[in-house]
Design a binder for this molecule. Sequence first.
Ligand SMILES: [Zn+2]
Length: 445
Amino acid sequence: MPDVDLVLRSTRVVTPEGTRAASVAVTDGKIAAVLPYDAEVPAGARLEDFADDVLLPGLVDTHVHVNDPGRTAWEGFWTATRAAAAGGITTLLDMPLNSLPPTTTVDNLRTKQDVARPKAHVDVGFWGGAIPSNVKDLRPLYDAGVFGFKCFLSPSGVEEFPELDQEQLARSMAEITGFGGQLIVHAEDPHHLETAPQKSGPAYADFLASRPRDAENTAIEGLIAHARRLGARVHVLHLSSSDALPLIAAAKREGVRITVESCPHFLTLTAEEVPDGATEFKCCPPIREAENQDALWQGLADGTIDCVVSDHSPCTTDLKTPDFASAWGGISSLQLGLPAIWTEARRRGHSLEDVVRWMSAAPAELAGLAQKGAIEAGRDADFAVLAPDETFTVDPAELHHRNQVTAYAGKTLHGVVRSTWLRGVRIADNGTLAEPTGRLLERKN
Ligand SMILES: [Zn+2]
């Protein structure tokens, strides 16, 4: 083994082969070996002993809206990556919209990378965007290192990022498939949204009725049909409608190249509990009923849903007006995803190994990040140290993202992130953040 600089020891290390007492040897920011718990610490190496706190691979959050540059009053790379680090996330992928410019050309990507570089407390990669006008930009963007392309099928909420109609979807998908890329899709069908009852006001039930499950189900059905015909690789973003699970499961069985994510808010919050006017709970697609949530957990348990990622989509406080129709849609949860999911997962009989699969291994695989997502030799020494049985009450003032609006305020959650490590460097220590050492990631073939 090459010279070891650091040994991380815990009675509970979550590895791909299960959880066990182990000592993880780190050399030059990479995991050199996973050794027996009582392995001798090599001369010159520093020992960090976490006792019974759990050592997890750093989380990979592939769905974050950082909005920087452009809408930096909403969020930015400095604040978002601090929140990520404090929450046990060591890699995030930025969504191509809500920043100005959007990530729809190589020039725009470079602009965003330049802004992110000095502010990144965790590793940061970028999704590109597929809009009606940029088919010719997709290949150059892919060659420049984006991890795939996001599109909308219904209005995105910002005018500089228009949705694709079915013809444009097929054209972009064919182009992306031609060079081996993947399309990640906000799947809500515009016709179902247009014909749903649109009633403004503070009642959550009215908002829920305006974004029906059928909008998701129909969009996903169409997406599967395109993917099947073109042999395309597609990913369903933020699945909320559990009615779509049988469609997706059947497509997977048939060999359609489809993956699916859901989000902490769909899996831990319910429509029944949203108070009138509480638009910090507004997102699209919406948080649905408790019965829908039970079915989503079943989809996670049986593997129909692959990943759990935040869809952290913040805004300024003033945009969360008490009217559900006009308030900005988006939930801020970057720092809270791990404890939120762990709290519900343990209640439902799932293990931390399951949580690691959904929040680290599977998102790393989605993005093709072979160096992330697991504690095993050769991978980056990225870790979260978690006290899984300890609880805390969410105080928005302790969150590091820019605007301390959150649907989780006042909730008591299990799982305190003690520290976070990026390539062998402690980047967060009980909520105190180190100077930025994150790197920009580019897709590799
Ligand atoms: Zn999103």
